[in-house]
Design a protein around this ligand. Structure first.
Ligand code: FRU
Length: 594
């Protein structure tokens, strides 16, 4: 036997895989001539096993996988192609175990079910996989990262675990699109190195070659999360497909948790600006640089402002015109977990001025403004270098309260629809962010049906809807208490949206929407200020396999909720409480699946 260990049983698998149980918690796997993938069986309820991959005795990679013990939920592919022809690949596996006998470690069902393959099947197996929202083909996803636009392509990176559908092993997954609707899965762009795993960050296009990596190089800045959180730079000379780690990294090191750097070019001062979440201090630090490598801390904003009930994460800072005025204002985006009024994680923002070094907020510290008032909108940040001055954002459509538990397995988490940001003056004189669906989304529209709703009373009226749809309702709720829009299915499940005309609030209630009991935090009722003078308007609703996003047509409020109905919603019921309402026109578009 090639490995000199005092092994007990030494089963030989498929001729090329040998498994050596060494102790209750330690197993070696020797792969003589690897195919492209080793398929690792996963059991989600198991703790992580740590797998060191050894070539010539050196650790070349470490991953954590919930290796199956008694039951296999799914497999994940460990790509071994880089090690082909480099001698045997050895996996040194440490599993948490209460077993006392090395003999028993060999009982882990994963050893019997290890297989090699040149392919990995990503065909969808999930009832709840969105049809027109971005998702990874398999594995776990959280924050969108590093988004930039260049040469007609929208690049979207994301916090990605390719080795399981729970948070772990953070890398930057990558997808591209030319229309913000159809996404192509690309190879993983940035992987962990000795400084740690790859947390959130962003990318810029260095048009003037300020960093010296070349004109138009794509430069990424992200948090290396190991024993500490430090900021690392990487550059790409193939438009974001692959990145080279900058050896001068870390370029920023803080003594307490700081993460999710977000950089942009500030033309008036001709400097790069970087905003960094000083997570536990609940403030955003602002740095400047001339070359993206050397950064000076200029100021910090946030102490005592807005919600302080959780850690501050994933910042963004941009300028926008205020609709109907000559004014421009700066928006500082601050994702926070927990601490959102909806429960768990959410996206707050501050409106004010920025002089290249310091952000000053227009509002009193106690004012909290939220970009989306649903339960499932987090880590939202914008694309850099977007065309035509657009400020396009995308958010993670989940909530840290239950993201790891939602009833999907092959993949976990989708992103929201892409949205365009604007600013408007609300009836109270405050300046607020507007969110409208990106114009490209109209390309998804298929068959159209127009209903005349007319007068609506408490009995209500029902309209047939397809499973994947966009619904636009022209409503007037002036003469009723609440105008309700309910998505219903054959199983009696209901997802209720309501316009509360007295409070000028938009409400979503998913307490009876389908599966809710996987987490005590899932069943919820959330409320948004409508920022409208009247209770008349247009509501634009997008329904996908496991989500509902409702936009005021002018973007004055938006709410995003996940839903897991056991059968598709097939009807929209519109009814009025405490008075009568009108729903003159109801447009229903069937949306084309990708
Ligand atoms: C936000 C976050 C970030 C961090 C990333 C890690 O959801 O906690 O602060 O960079 O997720 O995956």
């Amino acid at each position: 036997m090639a490995i000199g260990v005092c092994a007990t049983a030494l089963p030989t698998m498929a001729g090329t895989l040998e498994v050596y149980p060494l102790s209750a918690s330690n197993t070696l796997v020797k792969i003589i001539d690897p195919e492209k993938y080793l398929l690792l069986p996963v059991q989600e309820s198991m703790p992580d096993s740590k797998i060191d991959i050894l070539i010539d005795g050196q650790i070349v990679k470490t991953v954590n996988v919930r290796l199956a013990d008694s039951k296999q939920d799914y497999t994940v592919p460990l790509d071994l192609s880089a090690y082909k022809g480099k001698g045997p690949v050895i996996l040194n596996v440490i599993s948490e175990s209460d077993r006392t006998h090395s003999r028993n470690a060999s009982d882990f069902s994963c050893w019997k079910n290890l297989t090699m393959s040149d392919t990995f099947d990503v065909t969808n197996r999930e009832k709840y996989r969105p049809a027109y929202h971005h998702t990874p083909d398999y594995g776990w996803m959280n924050d969108p990262n590093g988004m930039f636009y260049k040469d007609g392509v929208w690049h979207l990176y994301y916090q990605y675990n390719p080795y399981g559908s729970k948070w772990q092993n953070m890398t930057w997954g990558h997808s591209t699109s030319t229309d913000l609707v159809n996404w192509k899965a690309e190879p993983i762009a940035i992987e962990a190195n000795g400084l740690g795993s790859v947390f959130s960050g962003n990318c810029v296009v260095d048009k003037e070659n300020t960093a010296g990596f070349g004109k138009d190089a794509v430069i990424a800045m992200y948090t290396s999360a190991g024993a500490s959180q430090v900021q690392s730079l990487a550059h790409s000379d193939d438009n974001g497909k692959t990145f080279h780690f900058y050896n001068g990294s870390p370029v920023i090191a803080n003594s307490t948790e700081a993460r999710d750097p977000n950089m942009f070019w500030h033309e008036p001062t001709r400097k790069w600006v970087l905003v960094l979440a000083h997570a536990l201090e609940k403030e955003m630090q602002i740095y400047t640089s001339s070359d993206l490598k050397h950064w000076t801390l200029e100021s910090a904003f946030g102490k005592g402002y807005g919600s302080q009930d959780g850690v501050w994460e994933c910042p963004d800072l941009f300028e926008l015109p205020v609709a109907g005025t000559d004014e421009k204002k700066w928006v500082l985006v601050c994702n926070i977990n927990p601490g959102s009024p909806m429960g768990g994680s959410g996206t707050q923002y501050f409106v004010g001025d920025f002089d290249g070094k310091t952000f000053t907020c227009d509002d009193a510290p106690e004012v909290s403004k939220w970009m989306d008032y649903g339960k499932d909108h987090y880590a939202t940040v914008s694309w850099s270098n977007a065309p035509e001055g657009r400020r396009t954002v995308i958010g993670w459509m989940s909530n840290w309260q239950y993201a790891n538990e939602v009833p999907t397995m092959q993949f976990r988490s989708a992103n929201t629809l892409p949205r365009e940001m604007g600013l408007f003056k609300g009836p109270d004189g405050g300046i607020y962010l507007s969110s409208t669906p990106s114009p490209e989304l109209k390309e998804m529209r298929g068959a159209k049906k127009i209903y005349k709703g007319g007068s609506i009373n408490s009995k209500g009226k029902e309209f047939a809807i397809p499973e994947l749809c966009e619904i636009i309702v022209d409503y007037d709720a002036t003469n009723c208490g609440t105008l309700e829009f309910t998505l219903c299915n054959e199983a009696g499940e209901e997802f209720v949206m309501g316009i509360d005309s007295k409070r000028k609030e938009f409400v979503m209630d998913r307490t009876k929407s389908g599966l809710t009991d996987f987490s005590a935090d899932f069943a919820s009722v959330t409320k948004a200020p409508m920022h409208r003078e009247s209770a008349k308007g247009k509501l634009r609703i997008y329904v996908d396999k496991c989500s509902v996003e409702a936009f005021d047509s002018e973007g004055r409020f938006v709410m995003t909720d996940l839903v897991f109905p056991t059968q598709p919603y097939t009807k929209l019921k519109i009814s009025a409480r405490d008075g009568k309402a009108k729903a003159e026109k109801i447009e229903v578009y069937t949306l084309k699946a990708k």
